[in-house]
Design a protein around this ligand. Structure first.
Ligand code: CS2
Length: 494
């Protein structure tokens, strides 16, 4: 920040152009929601819906945002009175608006006790989470959270909790003790049946923490886990994002985010302590988010991963650039029409191919510079629900998943760490060490790679790993990718 640049905050809001000012002024609405995970996605999604809900229907539903790790973000938001901006970008246009739904911020790593106290506060009736896929896994061998091997210590009552489940469990135990009242815990991560998944994780964590039967019963009656489908493309912020915000606002915003115009939120309506009127902000409240989740995970995220791996291998920096690779859009349309659309029953009134066409249009947005390597991250946590479930559901009815196999092959080649032009590709994945060790021990052939990676049971369940047809298709694609590269493989695919 250059000397003399004013920062966004309550005191400088009058300098911000009128059309960019927030709908809600921080400090005027009490908190009712705690959000865990203050990343760019939350700021451009739930925070925006909640601000619009408060604006149109009122209610004490401001959000206290908790960053599990990042201190920089907590400091930036605290210095800005919780204000931040969202720039909505499409080809040739940008609109920047400040959002005012954050009533405060906390840093879990340095002050876990404050977060536990917050979760136990009777004013808080909704907790939302965006903590990424990898935070939801229990290790099948040790029974301990894979994301943090210290979980058991974390849950003992004489240690400050350090993980998300640790914080939740400690907060819930305090609520049960004080008979605080009902609360909904809402996963907003891209996982199938995310509500049930969070419920399972919390129950297992409560058991590990030694919660008594009476406590478990009390919590079962007072805590719900609505499932959700969340959607908006929000790349990690860059210097360019901050420059766009600053040009629009006339003040510096160090917590600025940029996002596409499209946004969607489908939420199961199970909030025993009430909730913001999100439907007033365009959210769909429903009994069952399942069909929407499958549509989004398979028809958007699965296709996103396909573009990310094939694009990264072909040397493309962004998703939009990758989508322009000759032949790729056609292959993705076939993947959507032949594989994804036949693998599940979509929500009523939705045609999967139309949804897919809209998705490809969104990916082509040149103003969203979403890096292929960002989407490629954490593949071991993403591939199952994005692509492998599509393949497994087709195999269960005796069909093959030709294009799905190409996506798996692209991931396997990506794991090898080298793009088609020889450039190094980083492997950012919680299973990276095991993947590297498995690949190093295997023969360096397509079949050797398939054997090594298909042996990761938490990624490939045995029914899929032992399916000769799937292995043969993936091996075939991997051979083509290794011998000819992405561009020639796409050109040669029927
Ligand atoms: C992306 C998602 O990073 C990724 O893996 O596929 O974050 C995607 O942009 C969002 O789910 C869109 O809603």
């Amino acid at each position: 920040m250059s000397v003399g640049t004013e920062r966004l905050g309550l005191a400088t809001l009058r300098r911000v152009p009128a059309e960019s000012r927030p709908l809600v002024r921080p400090g005027t609405v009490a908190a009712g929601v705690v959000h865990l995970g203050l990343g760019a996605f939350h700021r451009a999604h739930q925070a925006v819906y909640t601000e619009a809900a408060i604006d149109s229907a009122g209610g004490d539903w401001a959000i206290v945002g908790v960053a599990p790790r990042s201190t920089a973000l907590v400091e930036a938001l605290a210095a800005q009175d919780g204000l931040f901006s969202v720039s909505t970008l499409s080809a040739g246009s940008a609109a920047t608006r400040v959002v005012g739904s954050l009533a405060g911020v906390r840093h879990a790593a340095s002050d876990p006790a404050a977060v536990v106290a917050l979760l136990a506060d009777p004013a808080i009736r909704v907790v939302t989470l965006t903590v990424t896929e990898k935070a939801y896994q229990l290790d099948p061998v040790s029974g301990v959270l894979r994301a943090d091997p210290q979980l058991t210590l974390d849950l003992s009552t004489d240690r400050p909790p350090r993980t998300v489940p640790g914080l939740l469990v400690r907060g819930l135990l305090a609520r049960a003790d004080a008979d605080t009242g009902p609360i909904a815990l809402v996963s907003c991560d891209n996982l199938p049946a995310n509500g049930r998944r969070l419920r399972g994780l919390v129950q297992q964590s409560l058991a590990l923490a030694g919660a008594s039967d009476a406590t478990l019963e009390r919590l079962a009656a007072q805590v719900t886990f609505p499932g959700t489908m969340v959607d908006r493309i929000v790349p990690a912020s860059t210097d360019e994002t901050l420059a766009t915000a600053r040009a629009a606002l006339g003040v510096a915003d160090l917590a600025a985010v940029a996002a596409e115009p499209y946004t969607q939120w489908v939420v199961e309506d199970d909030f025993p302590g009430g909730r913001p009127a999100w439907e007033q902000a365009g959210a769909v409240l429903t009994d069952d988010a399942g069909p929407w989740e499958r549509l989004k995970l398979r028809g958007l995220n699965g296709v996103h991963s396909a573009v990310a791996y094939l694009g990264a291998l072909a040397g493309c920096e962004t998703i939009a650039e990758a989508l322009a690779l000759p032949g790729l859009a056609g292959v993705l349309r076939r993947f959507i029409a032949d594989d994804v659309a036949s693998s599940f029953t979509p929500p009523q009134g939705v045609r999967v191919v139309d949804y897919g066409d809209e998705v490809l249009g969104r990916f082509a947005n040149p103003a969203i510079r979403h890096r292929t390597l960002q989407v490629a991250m954490d593949g071991s946590q993403k591939l199952p629900q994005r692509v492998l479930h599509t393949i497994a559901d087709l195999r269960a009815v005796g069909r093959s998943a030709h294009w799905g196999a190409l996506v798996v092959a692209a991931w396997l080649r990506f794991l090898g760490g080298q793009a088609d032009d020889g450039r190094r590709l980083p492997l950012d994945d919680p299973l990276a060490d095991r993947i590297r060790a498995a690949l190093a021990a295997a023969p360096d052939t397509p079949a050797g790679t398939v054997d090594a990676v298909f042996a990761l049971r938490e990624v490939f369940p045995s029914a899929l790993a032992e399916d000769d047809q799937v292995r043969a298709e993936v091996t075939g694609w991997l051979t083509a990718l290794r011998e000819h590269g992405v561009v020639a493989t796409l050109a040669g695919s029927p």
